[in-house]
Design a protein around this ligand. Structure first.
Ligand code: RIB
Length: 308
């Protein structure tokens, strides 16, 4: 079983022509609420790619919580280890998406913030049936650390998406099998700007001095990704598409990449497949609502460009 540990949020989204400046009011339109949260989105993406997946997380005992858990169960995610917190609200994310499809997100963690190392230990058990762990940083860092330590000790591959970027000691990061950061997160990790493949290469080289063990991925949005691992180091360009909404595209990328690697694909093939999944996701609105399933990616005419 693939296991995702992370956040479950209700995304409350408005579209704006441009993002407001501090103190400014701008008009918005097309308000919608939809299921999100980086953890839930990635579990959803793995399920859509066809792998058995379980989610560990926490929601409130409110309507949002029940709806979001049901939405994950509907696509086959094992939700039996999502905890319900009687006294907390479910996580919510206030999202604005501008005319170019870029987003700004503010998250109120709510129940996500209550996940403890003891919860993780209890939920993971002896990890005997766990094929991989996938984590992000929208739940408390001590819970994330516990999961990384348990996964590492059990020899289970650990994928860490450093979103949103928060300080984790290098000794913990080094226990991961893969670290996946976007441009902003990579920039925070190395304290340099990362906006191009060349800068990503520079950042990966700097990170490699501190992190000899994990495979490193720096995603570059439509620019693809820079990858640094034993079997491949280099830039894999992405697909140029008309972007409508980038929310959840990174989650689609990670779910597809991790799934393909577990299915035995090469790093290059897995990343190209993930590029295509993300390219499809950005042409649609919302997080989970935009994530394609395997059949859709495989039926895409551009799939020929991702096969080795
Ligand atoms: O990665 C996108 C997600 O980030 C959204 O669904 C939102 O809930 C925030 O967690």
């Amino acid at each position: 079983m693939f296991t995702v540990i992370g956040s479950v949020n209700m995304d409350l989204t408005l579209e704006v022509g441009r993002f407001p400046q501090p103190g400014e009011t701008v008009p918005g339109r097309n308000f919608r609420s939809a299921h999100g949260g980086k953890g839930a989105n990635q579990a959803y993406a793995v399920a859509k790619m066809g792998l058995p997946v379980a989610m560990i997380g926490a929601v409130g005992a409110d309507t949002f919580g029940g709806e979001m858990v049901a939405g994950l169960a509907e696509v086959g995610v094992d939700t039996s280890r999502i905890l319900r917190r009687e006294t907390e609200a479910s996580g919510t994310a206030l999202i604005t998406v501008d005319g170019a499809g870029q987003n700004q997100i503010v998250v109120a963690a709510g129940a996500n913030e209550t996940l403890t190392p003891a919860d993780i230990e209890a939920a993971l058990g002896d990890l005997r049936d766990c094929r991989a762990l996938l984590l992000q940083l929208e739940v408390p860092l001590d819970a994330v650390r516990k999961a990384i330590e348990l996964g590492h000790a059990a020899g289970v591959p650990v994928f860490l998406n450093t979103a949103p970027c928060l300080p984790l000691p290098d000794v913990v990061l080094n226990r991961c099998t893969w670290i996946i950061a976007n441009e902003q997160e990579a920039a925070m990790l190395v304290r340099q700007t990362v906006t191009s493949p060349a800068e990503a290469a520079f950042a990966a080289t700097a990170l490699r001095q501190r992190l000899p063990h994990p495979g490193l991925v720096i995603t570059l949005g439509a620019g693809g990704a820079w990858i640094d691992c034993p079997s491949f180091t280099g830039h894999l360009p992405g697909f140029q598409v008309d972007t409508v909404d980038t929310v959840g595209a990174g989650d689609a990328w990670i779910g597809a990449f991790a799934t393909e690697l577990l299915e035995g694909k090469s790093v290059i093939a897995a990343a190209r497949f993930a590029h295509l999944a993300a390219a499809i996701a950005v042409t649609r609105r919302g997080a989970q609502t935009s994530i394609p399933d395997r059949a859709e990616v495989e039926a895409d005419p551009r799939v020929a460009a991702v096969s080795e």
